[in-house]
Design a protein around this ligand. Structure first.
Ligand SMILES: [Zn+2]
Length: 110
């Protein structure tokens, strides 16, 4: 998936923060975490950027679930994230400038 993980995002107008934590998941391989009280997604910054994007999408879906009171099971969140990731992979940036920015960002990947 070729998208920039935002520093914050809104769901139903409610602002959510995104934080990177290099220590998240060191003990039990947690790739991401959704904290509902604090309206936050925490991602393990030691994992590859593609894994961070997948974790971001998964945790954001958890927040959509909570805000819209959908009451998804974990297995449903996983399948939704898989399907939406496939959809995102087929989307193209809508301008050369945006694409250039994404390529520059990818250049920083380790
Ligand atoms: Zn989950």
């Amino acid at each position: 998936m070729l998208f920039k993980i935002p520093e914050s995002f809104r769901i139903a107008g409610v602002k959510h923060a995104v934080e990177l934590d290099p220590n998240l998941g060191l003990d039990y391989r947690l790739k991401g975490e959704a904290t509902y009280g604090h309206r936050k997604v925490v991602l393990c910054s030691q994992q590859p950027i593609e894994e961070q994007r997948r974790a971001f999408l998964h945790e954001a879906i958890h927040h959509v679930d909570v805000l819209f009171d959908i009451r998804l099971r974990e297995s449903q969140v996983i399948r939704l994230a898989t399907g939406i990731a496939e959809l995102i992979q087929q989307l193209e940036p809508d301008s050369a400038q945006e694409l250039a920015g994404m390529i520059m960002e990818r250049g920083h990947e380790t």
